[in-house]
Write a protein that binds this ligand. Sequence first.
Ligand SMILES: [Zn+2]
Ligand SMILES: [Zn+2]
Length: 422
Amino acid sequence: MPTYDADLHLHSKYSGGTSPRMVIRELARGARRKGLDLVGTGDILHPRWRRHVRRELERDEYGLLRDPRTGVRFVPTVEIEDRDRVHHLVILPSLDAAEDLYEELRPHSPDIEEEGRPRVDLSGAELVDLLKERECLVGPAHAFVPWTSVFKEYDSLSECYGDAVDRVDFVELGLSADSDYADRISELHRYTFLTCSDAHSPYPHRLGREFVRLELEEPSYDAIKAAIRRKPGGRVVLNVGLVPELGKYNRTACARCKRQFTLEEAERLNWRCPECGGRIKKGVRDRVLELADLDEPRHPKHRPPYLRIVPLSELIAKALGLSTVTAKKVNAVWNALVRRFGSEIDVLVEAPPEEVAEVDERVARLLRAFREGSVRIRPGGGGRYGEILVGEEEDGEEGGEEGPRTGGGRVVQRTLDELLRG
Ligand SMILES: [Zn+2]
Ligand SMILES: [Zn+2]
Protein backbone atom coordinates (compact mmCIF):
# COMPACT_ATOMS: atom_id res chain seq x y z
CA MET A 1 0.00 0.00 0.00
CA PRO A 2 1.29 3.48 -0.81
CA THR A 3 2.20 5.75 2.12
CA TYR A 4 1.38 9.40 2.68
CA ASP A 5 3.12 11.73 5.12
CA ALA A 6 0.35 13.78 6.69
CA ASP A 7 0.28 16.86 8.91
CA LEU A 8 -3.32 17.17 10.06
CA HIS A 9 -3.26 20.14 12.44
CA LEU A 10 -2.27 23.67 11.41
CA HIS A 11 -3.82 27.11 11.22
CA SER A 12 -4.61 29.65 8.53
CA LYS A 13 -3.91 33.36 8.71
CA TYR A 14 -7.38 33.72 10.29
CA SER A 15 -6.36 32.20 13.63
CA GLY A 16 -4.89 34.36 16.36
CA GLY A 17 -1.11 34.67 16.38
CA THR A 18 -0.48 33.23 12.93
CA SER A 19 1.63 34.39 9.98
CA PRO A 20 -0.13 36.29 7.15
CA ARG A 21 1.65 33.79 4.88
CA MET A 22 -0.68 31.00 6.00
CA VAL A 23 -2.55 30.84 2.70
CA ILE A 24 -3.05 27.80 0.48
CA ARG A 25 -0.36 28.63 -2.07
CA GLU A 26 2.32 28.99 0.63
CA LEU A 27 1.07 25.99 2.57
CA ALA A 28 1.18 23.79 -0.51
CA ARG A 29 4.67 25.02 -1.41
CA GLY A 30 5.88 24.53 2.15
CA ALA A 31 4.38 21.04 2.25
CA ARG A 32 6.02 20.07 -1.04
CA ARG A 33 9.43 21.32 0.15
CA LYS A 34 9.01 19.41 3.37
CA GLY A 35 7.96 16.16 1.68
CA LEU A 36 4.39 16.14 3.01
CA ASP A 37 1.76 14.53 0.78
CA LEU A 38 -1.32 15.47 2.76
CA VAL A 39 -2.09 18.43 5.03
CA GLY A 40 -5.08 19.69 6.92
CA THR A 41 -6.64 22.92 5.68
CA GLY A 42 -7.01 24.14 9.26
CA ASP A 43 -9.71 26.67 10.24
CA ILE A 44 -12.26 25.30 7.76
CA LEU A 45 -15.26 26.73 9.65
CA HIS A 46 -14.06 30.28 8.99
CA PRO A 47 -16.22 31.64 6.11
CA ARG A 48 -13.51 33.58 4.28
CA TRP A 49 -10.93 30.82 4.67
CA ARG A 50 -13.46 28.30 3.35
CA ARG A 51 -14.05 30.44 0.28
CA HIS A 52 -10.29 30.76 -0.23
CA VAL A 53 -9.89 26.98 0.05
CA ARG A 54 -12.69 26.36 -2.47
CA ARG A 55 -11.11 28.80 -4.91
CA GLU A 56 -7.52 27.58 -4.61
CA LEU A 57 -8.02 23.80 -4.48
CA GLU A 58 -9.69 21.33 -6.79
CA ARG A 59 -11.60 18.20 -5.79
CA ASP A 60 -9.67 15.16 -6.91
CA GLU A 61 -10.99 11.80 -8.10
CA TYR A 62 -10.99 10.39 -4.54
CA GLY A 63 -12.94 13.27 -3.04
CA LEU A 64 -10.00 14.95 -1.29
CA LEU A 65 -8.85 18.47 -2.18
CA ARG A 66 -5.73 18.98 -4.29
CA ASP A 67 -3.49 21.90 -5.02
CA PRO A 68 -3.18 21.98 -8.84
CA ARG A 69 0.31 23.58 -8.74
CA THR A 70 2.06 21.10 -6.45
CA GLY A 71 -0.23 18.06 -6.29
CA VAL A 72 -0.30 18.31 -2.47
CA ARG A 73 -3.57 16.99 -1.09
CA PHE A 74 -5.65 18.67 1.60
CA VAL A 75 -8.35 17.41 3.92
CA PRO A 76 -10.70 19.83 5.74
CA THR A 77 -9.73 20.28 9.41
CA VAL A 78 -10.49 22.67 12.23
CA GLU A 79 -9.62 23.12 15.88
CA ILE A 80 -12.56 24.01 18.15
CA GLU A 81 -12.42 25.38 21.70
CA ASP A 82 -15.22 24.09 23.94
CA ARG A 83 -16.92 25.89 26.83
CA ASP A 84 -14.20 24.68 29.26
CA ARG A 85 -11.43 26.03 27.01
CA VAL A 86 -10.46 22.51 25.91
CA HIS A 87 -9.25 22.25 22.31
CA HIS A 88 -10.49 19.50 20.00
CA LEU A 89 -9.10 18.65 16.59
CA VAL A 90 -11.67 17.78 13.92
CA ILE A 91 -11.15 16.18 10.50
CA LEU A 92 -14.10 16.55 8.11
CA PRO A 93 -15.20 14.45 5.12
CA SER A 94 -15.76 17.38 2.73
CA LEU A 95 -16.25 21.10 2.26
CA ASP A 96 -19.99 20.55 2.16
CA ALA A 97 -19.81 18.90 5.57
CA ALA A 98 -17.83 21.94 6.76
CA GLU A 99 -20.58 24.22 5.44
CA ASP A 100 -23.24 22.27 7.34
CA LEU A 101 -21.20 22.17 10.53
CA TYR A 102 -20.61 25.91 10.30
CA GLU A 103 -24.38 26.52 10.10
CA GLU A 104 -24.97 24.21 13.02
CA LEU A 105 -22.30 25.72 15.27
CA ARG A 106 -23.03 29.34 14.41
CA PRO A 107 -25.65 29.81 17.15
CA HIS A 108 -23.22 28.27 19.65
CA SER A 109 -20.21 30.45 18.86
CA PRO A 110 -19.52 34.14 19.52
CA ASP A 111 -16.54 34.33 17.14
CA ILE A 112 -16.95 31.78 14.34
CA GLU A 113 -17.10 34.62 11.76
CA GLU A 114 -13.74 36.10 12.74
CA GLU A 115 -11.65 33.44 14.42
CA GLY A 116 -10.13 30.44 12.66
CA ARG A 117 -10.20 28.48 15.91
CA PRO A 118 -13.78 29.16 17.06
CA ARG A 119 -15.06 28.94 20.62
CA VAL A 120 -18.37 27.18 21.23
CA ASP A 121 -20.61 27.03 24.30
CA LEU A 122 -20.81 23.23 24.18
CA SER A 123 -19.19 20.59 26.40
CA GLY A 124 -16.72 18.07 24.96
CA ALA A 125 -19.45 15.42 25.04
CA GLU A 126 -22.00 17.61 23.22
CA LEU A 127 -19.43 18.53 20.63
CA VAL A 128 -18.55 14.90 19.89
CA ASP A 129 -22.27 14.03 19.54
CA LEU A 130 -22.73 16.78 17.02
CA LEU A 131 -19.55 15.98 15.07
CA LYS A 132 -20.38 12.30 14.83
CA GLU A 133 -23.68 13.10 13.10
CA ARG A 134 -21.56 14.71 10.40
CA GLU A 135 -19.18 11.76 10.02
CA CYS A 136 -16.23 13.77 11.37
CA LEU A 137 -13.16 12.41 13.13
CA VAL A 138 -12.45 14.05 16.47
CA GLY A 139 -10.02 13.89 19.36
CA PRO A 140 -8.42 16.10 22.00
CA ALA A 141 -5.71 18.44 20.62
CA HIS A 142 -2.24 18.68 22.25
CA ALA A 143 -3.67 16.60 25.10
CA PHE A 144 -1.28 17.52 27.93
CA VAL A 145 -0.46 21.22 27.52
CA PRO A 146 -1.20 23.44 30.55
CA TRP A 147 -3.46 26.06 28.89
CA THR A 148 -6.13 24.61 26.65
CA SER A 149 -6.06 20.84 26.73
CA VAL A 150 -8.21 18.01 28.01
CA PHE A 151 -5.73 17.10 30.74
CA LYS A 152 -5.35 20.64 32.07
CA GLU A 153 -9.06 20.41 32.84
CA TYR A 154 -9.70 16.73 33.60
CA ASP A 155 -7.89 13.66 34.92
CA SER A 156 -9.34 11.32 32.32
CA LEU A 157 -10.88 11.43 28.85
CA SER A 158 -14.18 10.07 30.14
CA GLU A 159 -14.56 13.03 32.52
CA CYS A 160 -14.41 15.27 29.47
CA TYR A 161 -16.39 13.23 26.97
CA GLY A 162 -18.77 11.20 29.17
CA ASP A 163 -20.51 8.44 27.22
CA ALA A 164 -19.15 9.90 24.00
CA VAL A 165 -15.63 8.78 24.99
CA ASP A 166 -16.11 5.58 22.96
CA ARG A 167 -16.59 7.65 19.84
CA VAL A 168 -13.42 9.70 20.24
CA ASP A 169 -11.15 8.69 17.37
CA PHE A 170 -7.64 9.72 18.38
CA VAL A 171 -5.48 11.64 20.80
CA GLU A 172 -3.16 14.33 19.49
CA LEU A 173 0.00 14.16 21.61
CA GLY A 174 1.31 17.69 21.14
CA LEU A 175 4.92 18.75 20.66
CA SER A 176 6.02 18.19 24.29
CA ALA A 177 4.95 14.54 24.50
CA ASP A 178 5.55 11.30 22.60
CA SER A 179 4.04 7.81 22.72
CA ASP A 180 6.42 6.79 25.53
CA TYR A 181 4.84 9.51 27.63
CA ALA A 182 1.24 8.81 26.69
CA ASP A 183 1.44 5.02 26.90
CA ARG A 184 2.13 5.26 30.63
CA ILE A 185 -1.58 6.04 30.92
CA SER A 186 -3.53 2.86 30.25
CA GLU A 187 -6.75 4.75 29.44
CA LEU A 188 -5.02 5.96 26.27
CA HIS A 189 -3.92 2.56 24.95
CA ARG A 190 -7.09 2.10 22.91
CA TYR A 191 -6.58 5.32 20.94
CA THR A 192 -4.56 6.05 17.82
CA PHE A 193 -2.02 8.80 18.51
CA LEU A 194 -1.67 11.67 16.07
CA THR A 195 1.49 13.74 15.80
CA CYS A 196 0.84 17.07 14.07
CA SER A 197 2.67 20.38 13.76
CA ASP A 198 -0.05 22.84 14.91
CA ALA A 199 1.94 25.20 12.64
CA HIS A 200 1.24 28.93 12.66
CA SER A 201 3.71 29.67 9.84
CA PRO A 202 4.83 27.78 6.72
CA TYR A 203 8.57 27.66 7.54
CA PRO A 204 10.18 24.20 7.49
CA HIS A 205 10.89 24.23 11.24
CA ARG A 206 7.16 24.73 11.84
CA LEU A 207 5.01 23.12 9.12
CA GLY A 208 5.41 19.33 9.29
CA ARG A 209 7.68 19.42 12.34
CA GLU A 210 5.48 16.54 13.48
CA PHE A 211 3.50 14.27 11.17
CA VAL A 212 2.07 10.78 10.73
CA ARG A 213 2.88 8.35 7.98
CA LEU A 214 -0.34 6.79 6.71
CA GLU A 215 -0.62 3.68 4.60
CA LEU A 216 -3.74 4.15 2.50
CA GLU A 217 -5.41 1.89 -0.04
CA GLU A 218 -6.37 5.08 -1.86
CA PRO A 219 -5.96 8.75 -0.90
CA SER A 220 -9.56 9.25 0.29
CA TYR A 221 -11.30 10.43 3.44
CA ASP A 222 -12.63 6.91 4.06
CA ALA A 223 -9.11 5.49 3.96
CA ILE A 224 -7.83 8.18 6.37
CA LYS A 225 -10.72 7.30 8.65
CA ALA A 226 -9.90 3.59 8.35
CA ALA A 227 -6.27 4.31 9.25
CA ILE A 228 -7.17 6.32 12.35
CA ARG A 229 -9.92 3.90 13.43
CA ARG A 230 -7.67 0.93 12.61
CA LYS A 231 -10.04 -0.67 10.11
CA PRO A 232 -9.21 -2.32 6.77
CA GLY A 233 -8.16 0.17 4.09
CA GLY A 234 -5.57 2.19 5.98
CA ARG A 235 -3.03 2.19 8.77
CA VAL A 236 -0.90 4.66 10.71
CA VAL A 237 2.57 3.18 10.26
CA LEU A 238 4.78 5.80 11.92
CA ASN A 239 4.57 8.77 14.26
CA VAL A 240 7.24 11.40 13.70
CA GLY A 241 7.64 14.03 16.37
CA LEU A 242 10.01 16.40 18.07
CA VAL A 243 12.16 15.18 20.90
CA PRO A 244 9.61 16.03 23.67
CA GLU A 245 12.07 18.27 25.54
CA LEU A 246 12.05 20.60 22.52
CA GLY A 247 8.37 21.38 23.07
CA LYS A 248 7.54 24.67 24.74
CA TYR A 249 5.55 23.16 27.60
CA ASN A 250 7.75 20.17 28.45
CA ARG A 251 8.87 21.39 31.88
CA THR A 252 7.02 23.14 34.69
CA ALA A 253 8.01 26.82 34.34
CA CYS A 254 7.01 30.44 34.85
CA ALA A 255 4.89 31.65 31.94
CA ARG A 256 6.49 35.10 32.20
CA CYS A 257 10.21 34.75 32.98
CA LYS A 258 10.43 31.04 31.93
CA ARG A 259 12.30 29.97 35.06
CA GLN A 260 11.80 26.22 35.60
CA PHE A 261 10.65 24.50 38.79
CA THR A 262 10.11 20.98 40.04
CA LEU A 263 6.49 20.04 40.66
CA GLU A 264 7.10 20.11 44.44
CA GLU A 265 8.63 23.60 44.27
CA ALA A 266 5.75 24.89 42.19
CA GLU A 267 3.21 23.48 44.64
CA ARG A 268 5.08 24.95 47.60
CA LEU A 269 5.12 28.33 45.83
CA ASN A 270 1.40 28.08 45.12
CA TRP A 271 2.16 28.38 41.37
CA ARG A 272 3.48 31.94 41.72
CA CYS A 273 6.99 32.70 40.47
CA PRO A 274 9.19 34.14 43.27
CA GLU A 275 11.36 35.82 40.62
CA CYS A 276 8.79 37.88 38.75
CA GLY A 277 5.37 37.14 40.23
CA GLY A 278 4.22 35.41 37.02
CA ARG A 279 2.13 32.25 36.94
CA ILE A 280 3.91 28.91 36.97
CA LYS A 281 2.45 26.45 34.46
CA LYS A 282 2.61 22.71 34.92
CA GLY A 283 4.84 21.03 32.37
CA VAL A 284 3.67 18.17 30.15
CA ARG A 285 6.24 15.81 31.67
CA ASP A 286 5.00 16.47 35.20
CA ARG A 287 1.37 16.22 34.12
CA VAL A 288 1.98 12.84 32.49
CA LEU A 289 3.77 11.59 35.62
CA GLU A 290 0.74 12.63 37.70
CA LEU A 291 -1.67 10.80 35.42
CA ALA A 292 0.50 7.74 34.79
CA ASP A 293 -0.74 4.46 36.23
CA LEU A 294 2.19 2.51 34.73
CA ASP A 295 5.85 2.79 35.78
CA GLU A 296 7.05 2.17 32.24
CA PRO A 297 5.35 2.87 28.92
CA ARG A 298 3.48 -0.21 27.75
CA HIS A 299 2.71 0.08 24.07
CA PRO A 300 -0.36 -1.71 22.77
CA LYS A 301 0.14 -4.00 19.77
CA HIS A 302 -1.32 -1.49 17.34
CA ARG A 303 1.02 1.36 18.37
CA PRO A 304 3.37 2.29 15.49
CA PRO A 305 7.04 3.18 16.08
CA TYR A 306 7.82 6.76 17.06
CA LEU A 307 10.64 8.60 15.34
CA ARG A 308 12.01 11.46 17.44
CA ILE A 309 13.52 14.31 15.47
CA VAL A 310 14.85 17.83 15.73
CA PRO A 311 13.91 20.33 13.01
CA LEU A 312 16.69 20.20 10.40
CA SER A 313 16.81 23.99 10.05
CA GLU A 314 17.35 24.37 13.80
CA LEU A 315 20.16 21.86 13.67
CA ILE A 316 21.74 23.73 10.75
CA ALA A 317 21.42 27.11 12.49
CA LYS A 318 23.08 25.69 15.61
CA ALA A 319 25.87 24.07 13.63
CA LEU A 320 26.58 27.32 11.80
CA GLY A 321 26.42 29.34 15.02
CA LEU A 322 23.48 31.44 13.78
CA SER A 323 20.67 32.51 16.08
CA THR A 324 18.00 32.91 13.37
CA VAL A 325 16.50 29.70 12.02
CA THR A 326 15.09 31.58 9.03
CA ALA A 327 18.47 33.12 8.03
CA LYS A 328 19.33 32.97 4.30
CA LYS A 329 22.44 30.87 4.97
CA VAL A 330 20.41 28.30 6.94
CA ASN A 331 17.89 28.13 4.15
CA ALA A 332 20.64 27.62 1.54
CA VAL A 333 22.14 24.64 3.41
CA TRP A 334 18.65 23.22 4.11
CA ASN A 335 17.84 23.41 0.39
CA ALA A 336 21.15 21.87 -0.65
CA LEU A 337 20.66 18.92 1.73
CA VAL A 338 17.03 18.30 0.92
CA ARG A 339 17.70 18.53 -2.82
CA ARG A 340 20.47 15.99 -2.51
CA PHE A 341 18.97 13.43 -0.12
CA GLY A 342 15.19 13.67 -0.60
CA SER A 343 13.06 14.86 2.31
CA GLU A 344 14.07 16.43 5.61
CA ILE A 345 13.56 13.07 7.32
CA ASP A 346 15.89 11.41 4.80
CA VAL A 347 18.55 13.96 5.73
CA LEU A 348 18.00 13.54 9.46
CA VAL A 349 18.05 9.76 9.63
CA GLU A 350 19.45 8.31 6.40
CA ALA A 351 21.98 10.60 4.69
CA PRO A 352 25.58 9.32 5.04
CA PRO A 353 27.54 11.81 7.20
CA GLU A 354 30.49 11.81 4.75
CA GLU A 355 28.15 13.06 2.05
CA VAL A 356 26.52 15.63 4.33
CA ALA A 357 30.05 16.85 5.08
CA GLU A 358 30.46 17.63 1.38
CA VAL A 359 27.67 20.17 1.84
CA ASP A 360 28.80 21.38 5.26
CA GLU A 361 31.28 19.84 7.68
CA ARG A 362 29.82 21.47 10.82
CA VAL A 363 26.30 20.29 10.03
CA ALA A 364 27.61 16.76 9.45
CA ARG A 365 29.27 16.77 12.87
CA LEU A 366 26.13 17.88 14.69
CA LEU A 367 23.97 15.47 12.69
CA ARG A 368 26.24 12.61 13.71
CA ALA A 369 25.91 13.65 17.36
CA PHE A 370 22.12 13.78 17.00
CA ARG A 371 22.03 10.26 15.58
CA GLU A 372 24.28 8.94 18.33
CA GLY A 373 21.91 10.46 20.87
CA SER A 374 24.63 12.74 22.23
CA VAL A 375 23.15 16.12 21.36
CA ARG A 376 22.14 17.90 24.55
CA ILE A 377 18.82 19.70 24.77
CA ARG A 378 17.83 22.54 27.05
CA PRO A 379 14.23 21.54 27.81
CA GLY A 380 11.43 23.95 26.96
CA GLY A 381 8.82 25.21 29.43
CA GLY A 382 6.40 28.03 30.23
CA GLY A 383 5.92 28.74 26.51
CA ARG A 384 9.57 28.79 25.49
CA TYR A 385 10.76 26.08 23.09
CA GLY A 386 13.56 23.74 24.08
CA GLU A 387 16.88 24.24 22.39
CA ILE A 388 19.69 22.18 20.97
CA LEU A 389 22.94 22.88 22.81
CA VAL A 390 26.35 22.70 21.21
CA GLY A 391 29.85 22.66 22.68
CA GLU A 392 30.20 24.40 26.02
CA GLU A 393 26.76 26.02 26.10
CA GLU A 394 25.22 26.03 29.57
CA ASP A 395 22.05 24.03 29.88
CA GLY A 396 20.58 26.66 32.17
CA GLU A 397 19.55 24.25 34.93
CA GLU A 398 20.85 25.14 38.34
CA GLY A 399 22.95 22.67 40.27
CA GLY A 400 24.70 21.59 37.10
CA GLU A 401 22.25 18.80 36.36
CA GLU A 402 22.94 17.33 32.94
CA GLY A 403 20.39 18.31 30.34
CA PRO A 404 18.71 15.39 28.62
CA ARG A 405 20.15 14.11 25.39
CA THR A 406 18.30 13.49 22.17
CA GLY A 407 15.86 10.66 22.68
CA GLY A 408 15.96 11.43 26.40
CA GLY A 409 18.77 8.89 26.73
CA ARG A 410 16.30 6.18 25.75
CA VAL A 411 17.07 5.46 22.16
CA VAL A 412 19.96 6.24 19.99
CA GLN A 413 18.32 7.31 16.75
CA ARG A 414 17.73 4.30 14.54
CA THR A 415 17.31 4.33 10.80
CA LEU A 416 13.77 4.38 9.46
CA ASP A 417 14.11 0.83 8.20
CA GLU A 418 15.12 -0.43 11.62
CA LEU A 419 12.25 1.45 13.23
CA LEU A 420 9.65 0.16 10.80
CA ARG A 421 10.91 -3.40 11.16
CA GLY A 422 10.42 -2.99 14.92
ZN1 LIG B 1 -4.95 24.37 20.29
ZN1 LIG C 1 8.83 34.33 36.63
